[in-house]
Design a protein around this ligand. Structure first.
Ligand code: NAD
Length: 413
């Protein structure tokens, strides 16, 4: 099996372009691209009816040159070693880009969690954490939530680890507040997305006050991004979730819609705006289009209908490589995922620091530090974009790879 990430994904293409721009030798580029360690484990656990179930779990540790491996664990039937490897690699560049002292890792279990009861999921989670115990630790590898893994799953992980190693909240992030979670974590990725959109508006000479914004996906990231952009004065003209979209050219009442969605877990049934499909939503004329739902949402089939000035990638990989090339030709800017959605891992880092210090920061403190990290990363990327005349995605990878490379050289002699 190839140890490389797939060359068809935009991340891999951006990596190739960035290492060329940086002038890295092929052997160094290869060394930085290869994962440090990959672990596959069988996770056997009892079902409530006493039968034994067996699933596969993975943890990939991509690079720890700048700090412990860091990245989420997802439960999904599509999880395989290739996907986990690709996501672990992305984490190395994301943590480097926002300059937090971590490397990159990722994990997952190939399972459909909706098939199991809470007690079955608890047994599975604990068994998986025991299986990866030899390669994790608060200064070695710190997991976090990802698709279908909640604060409850993090509590089980933390408890399982603490039973054999002593009370160790710093072993995972994304915990509930009662167990050492951080203030501000829930809103962090959406807040970071809004901050990056605001900074983009300044550099692209777009007045954010009244700027038309369209958000695809109204979950954790999309709903908070819409809420903060509305507070900045933008006009959110359309949002959607898996049930479809709502459109009002005069701007949706975001605070009321946010509360409605928080309560009902969907925007379906909200009584403002015209109903539209997700395809129609992607084609609306606007200043900022924010895909905050799925990977590959903007692809060869729908890219020609996209009618915005800037795409702000809040989801991971929402624009395919082919679509990105077409948009670049049309001078539509794309602000890449590793920059836009790095607010989540940044506040995860703050959670870890608070756990290590056994001290709690206020939400105001967390938000101020998040603001600094996001703005600094944006400015660093923008300077490279301007000086080297490269797209924001390539500039982001250049900043991230160069920081890892310089640490790597010092450590390898
Ligand atoms: P979530 O599950 O809370 O929300 C997902 C939203 O997308 C929901 O509103 C859902 O209805 C909607 N959706 C699903 N399928 C859709 C479809 N076909 N069309 C339109 N909408 C659809 O997830 P989230 O935590 O908000 O994450 C969203 C994206 O951001 C994912 O790509 C995730 O990997 C990425 N991300 C999240 C975080 C984080 O901290 N939550 C951090 C980094 C990246």
């Amino acid at each position: 099996m190839s140890k490389k990430t797939s060359s068809s994904d935009p991340t891999s293409a951006a990596y190739e372009s960035a290492v060329k721009q940086l002038g890295l030798k092929p052997n160094i580029a290869r060394a930085l691209e290869m994962p440090d360690r990959e672990l596959s484990v069988e996770v056997a656990f009892r079902l409530d009816n006493g039968e034994l179930e067996s699933v596969m779990g993975y943890r990939v540790q991509h690079n720890n040159t700048r700090g412990p491996f860091k990245g989420g664990i997802r439960y999904h039937h599509h999880v395989d070693i290739e996907e986990v490897r690709s996501l672990a690699t992305l984490m190395t560049w994301k943590t480097s880009l926002v300059d937090i002292p971590y490397g990159g890792g990722k994990g997952g279990i190939s399972v459909n969690p909706s098939k199991y009861s809470k007690t079955e999921l608890e047994r599975m989670s604990r068994k998986f954490f025991r299986a990866i115990d030899p390669i994790i630790g608060p200064n070695i590898d710190i997991p976090a939530p990802d698709v279908n893994t909640t604060a409850q799953v993090m509590s089980w992980f933390m408890d399982e680890y603490s039973q054999s190693h002593g009370y160790t909240p710093a072993i995972v992030t994304g915990k509930p507040l009662e167990l050492g979670g951080s203030e501000g974590r829930e809103a962090a990725t959406g807040r970071g997305t809004a901050i990056i959109t605001r900074e983009t508006a300044k550099r692209w000479n777009i007045d954010l006050k009244g700027a038309k914004v369209v958000v695809q996906g109204f979950g954790n990231v999309g709903s908070y991004a819409a809420k903060f952009l509305h507070e900045y004065g933008a006009k959110i003209i359309a949002v959607s979730d898996v049930t479809g979209g709502l459109h009002d050219p005069e701007g949706l009442d975001i605070p009321t819609l946010f509360d409605y969605n928080y309560e009902h877990k969907t925007i379906d049934g909200f009584d403002q705006g015209n109903k539209i499909t997700n395809d129609e939503l992607l084609g609306l004329e606007c200043e900022f289009l924010i895909p905050a739902a799925l990977g590959s949402a903007i692809n060869d089939n729908n890219v020609d209908s996209v009618n915005c000035k800037v795409i702000v990638e809040a989801a991971n990989g929402p624009v395919t490589g082919g679509a990105a090339t077409k948009l670049w030709d049309r001078k539509v800017a794309i602000i890449p995922d590793i920059l836009t959605n790095a607010g989540g891992v940044t506040v995860s880092y703050f959670e870890w620091v608070q756990n290590l210090q056994q001290f709690k920061w206020t939400e105001e403190d967390v938000n101020k530090r998040l603001e600094n990290k996001m703005v600094n990363a944006f400015n660093e990327v923008y300077e490279i974009k301007k000086n080297k005349k490269v797209p924001m995605r390539i500039a982001s990878f250049m900043v991230a790879i160069d920081r890892v490379y310089r640490s790597y050289l010092l450590r390898e002699g």
